[in-house]
Design a binder for this molecule. Structure first.
Ligand SMILES: Nc1ccn([C@@H]2O[C@H](COP(=O)(O)OP(=O)(O)OP(=O)(O)O)[C@@H](O)[C@H]2O)c(=O)n1
Ligand SMILES: [Mg+2]
Length: 395
């Protein structure tokens, strides 16, 4: 019996089969199922062309129809179905110049990156494994399908993917695959950096990151990793962590002149990640100055606590117990500005002669600080009294 994550998708496969086409589970879900790792999403490959899938299911979203990918909506859920295809070369090292739809699953599996990722499984769990993927999984080996240099020239991101899988799974890289990673490494520079970033985040999160770092040095791949090419030894100090924000904060705190902002710019990260990295760096400096007090815990978002603790462990070799955060937080008078019992309108009412301006925010910030640090009670009358003695400066 397949794990439940496959059940609904198996219905899609059965429906496609009823229409006399083939369909299989492919890619990461089959690999992770065989390894016994958690499966996060299920991909389906089919001999049916996108238009044929559209004719079978009432609700199909053509997300990447030119590459053969559609989303089938089925019982309120989405399933990605991709037509069997072969790919031409990636002249721009971003996406294939052309894809050809084919009717033979083996042709589709042949264009995939590693043997463990080139296994198909039908709705009953029967496996199709023409390139020895299961044997490589059993031997804990990462090996390309067919000629390694060809696979990497088609898409150099696969070089980083090999590292990422090694980091996640602890597998070794087969020798021919490894040599081709080295000989093709300059192609990494041509990749769209956003694709690299996605893999870098998974790479840094892998439990066996240090194993991947050994490959990065053995094959001299760091020359092709933005930021780390300038400070490669830092890679050896990084412990696995689930986000690039603490990694980039660590780089800022432990390199001569590289800032977290340089990192997020080089890897074209989202504004959210940029902000998180900066928050962590600021938090670290405040922690060095004042330690962990009420104001500190109040300001650091709960989601960042683990990353902050990681950063201090990495940078100072010091372990902070997360309980410190919880016990301080429990005693905080408020958890956010919204809980203040005064707002800008109150201030304007109390100082009717003052025009609106920056002073309102400044004053609310000052009140917030007084309350969080228990110097002032969160009561309107008390705040009003306090403010008489701490008159806001004029803009
Ligand atoms: N550069 C790439 C990217 C992907 N693939 C193929 O497409 C599948 C799905 O790709 P993706 O979802 O990016 O990776 P997964 O292997 O599924 O890994 P994850 O579990 O992290 O999603 C891979 O298994 C592999 O067969 C490939 O051949 N070459
Ligand atoms: Mg996947």
């Amino acid at each position: 019996m397949l794990p439940s994550i496959f059940h609904k998708a198996a219905n899609i496969i059965s429906i496609i089969e009823e229409h006399h086409y083939e369909a299989y589970f492919v890619g990461g879900c089959v690999r992770d199922y065989i390894i016994g790792r958690p499966i996060h999403d299920v991909d389906i490959a089919s001999s049916a062309f996108p238009s044929e899938i559209q004719a079978i299911f009432p609700k199909v979203i053509p997300v990447g129809i030119e590459h053969g990918t559609v989303i089938v909506r089925y019982e309120q859920e989405s399933f990605e179905v991709t037509t069997y295809r072969t790919e031409g070369t990636y002249t721009d090292h971003r996406r294939p110049d052309e894809v050809h739809f084919v009717r033979d699953i083996k042709e589709d599996l042949k264009r995939r990156d590693f043997t463990m990722n080139a296994i198909a499984m039908d709705a009953n769990g029967k496996v199709l494994d023409p390139f020895g993927g299961r044997e490589d999984i059993a031997g804990r080996r990462i090996q390309t399908v067919g000629d390694a240099a060809d696979r990497f020239k088609e898409d150099a991101l696969r070089i980083i993917r090999a590292l990422r899988f090694s980091s996640q799974l602890g597998f070794s890289i087969e020798v021919n695959t490894k040599e081709a990673m080295k000989s093709c490494r300059a192609l990494i520079d041509k990749l769209a950096v956003e694709r690299l970033t996605v893999e870098l985040e998974k790479l840094c999160a892998g439990a066996y990151f240090s194993k991947a770092v050994e490959y990065i040095f053995e094959l001299e791949l760091y020359h092709h990793l933005p930021i780390f090419k300038d400070t490669p030894l830092l890679l050896k100090e990084i412990e696995p962590v689930a986000s690039l924000a603490p990694v980039f904060a660590f780089v800022e705190l432990n390199s001569e002149s590289i800032t977290a902002a340089d990192c997020t710019k080089a890897y074209k990260c989202s504004n959210q990640l940029k902000q998180q990295a900066n928050t962590l760096v600021d938090a670290y400096h405040r922690y060095k100055e004042n330690g962990i007090d009420a104001w500190f815990v109040y300001q650091l978002p709960r989601k960042q606590w683990d990353f902050f603790i990681y950063l201090v462990k990495q940078t100072d070799k010091k372990i902070i117990d997360i309980e410190v955060f919880y016990s301080i937080r429990k005693k905080l008078p408020i958890l956010s500005k919204k809980e203040l019992c005064v707002n800008g309108y109150d201030l304007m009412k109390w100082f009717p002669e003052r025009p609106k301006g920056k002073w309102i925010k400044q004053q609310l910030d000052a009140i917030e600080y007084q309350i969080v640090t228990s110097k002032l009670a969160n009561e309107k009358s008390k705040i009003k009294d306090w403010i008489q003695w701490n008159l806001p400066v004029q803009d």
